[in-house]
Write a protein that binds this ligand. Structure first.
Ligand code: MG
Length: 304
């Protein structure tokens, strides 16, 4: 049994005990109910020395007298004004009655407390259960799987002789390189788009327009670092990126370890979360004629 169940059980049994005490008190009080009598009848009882014990409860402008009738288990009750109290108490003493004077009706206060106790307990129990429900809902919310989102990215650059071939942040030995405003890294660019798409943050052109001279010849790994910060601000964690780079030449496989390391470092993730694959285009189309290089990337992110 957990602490929450234990507390509820204890509270339940306390409530039962209080209810039982209240019922017992009510039943006990009704065994010898006081008979309300007029002031005149009460005076006659005093004169007949029929009052054995008189309990006087003082109120603001009056006093309530609860009296035990001599040689019986009967009680009578009446109300007198405060001004009449000295005379009444004197007559009671003369008649041999025992007098007890109280500022408040302690018996009434007891009943009030006993009557109020279950209500207080009920309110307390409701508040307690509400807090338990809220805590349960929070636990359920925490247990729910984080929102998983995916994004897709694609990029293609024409290849021209005399330009450096940068793929995944690594310069590869080749006689051609991509034409682009930045370093033309298709893999990094497609990865940026995939991540931005997963987070619903637009595309690479929105954040790094090719009309901005600031990005001329820029290292595209800087784009990835910026995208990582954008995702971090939106409370997204990069779970995985999977990429396909399509180029006829050169062979990319041998360079993948360095590419993964560079990309993962820019993204702030382990290299195991960056998966790379290479394809040729079987000599078909621009890529097959070594006129272009392209990349496809799927990114998976998780909201924190
Ligand atoms: Mg591009």
């Amino acid at each position: 049994m957990n602490s929450g169940s234990t507390a509820k059980t204890i509270l339940f049994w306390i409530s039962i005990v209080f209810l039982g005490v209240m019922l017992w008190k009510l039943v006990s009080a009704n065994k010898n109910p006081a008979q309300v009598v007029s002031f005149t009848d009460f005076l006659q009882s005093i004169d007949k020395k029929a009052i054995q014990i008189a309990e006087v409860y003082l109120e603001q402008n009056s006093a309530n007298v609860h009296a035990l009738v001599r040689d019986s288990q009967k009680y009578v009750e009446t109300t007198i004004s405060t001004s009449e109290l000295p005379d009444i108490t004197a007559r009671l003493r003369d008649a041999g009655a025992k007098i007890e004077i109280s500022e408040v009706k302690s018996r009434d206060w007891t009943l009030i407390l006993l009557n109020a106790a279950p209500l207080v307990l009920l309110v307390g129990l409701c508040l307690f259960l509400m807090r338990q429900m809220q805590a349960s809902l929070r636990r359920v919310g925490a247990a729910l799987p984080a929102a998983v989102r995916t994004g897709i990215g694609y990029d293609l650059h024409r290849l021209e002789e005399g330009r450096a071939l940068i793929v995944g942040g690594i310069e590869l030995p080749f006689d051609k390189g991509p034409v682009g405003h930045s370093d033309g890294d298709v893999l990094a660019h497609a990865m940026c788009d995939a991540l931005l798409g997963a987070a619903g943050l637009g595309d690479i052109g929105t954040h790094f327009p090719d009309t901005d001279p600031k990005w001329k010849g820029a290292n595209s790994l800087l784009f990835l670092e910026h995208v990582r910060k954008l995702l971090d601000e939106k409370k997204f964690v990069i779970e995985h990126v999977d990429a396909v780079v399509i180029t006829e030449k050169p062979k990319l496989g041998p360079h993948f370890p360095k590419m993964r390391e560079a990309l993962a470092k820019s993204l702030g993730v382990a290299a195991e979360k960056v998966h790379l694959k290479a394809k040729t285009n079987e000599g078909v189309d621009a890529i097959g004629r070594e006129e272009a290089i392209a990349a496809h990337v799927v990114a998976t992110v998780v909201s924190r």
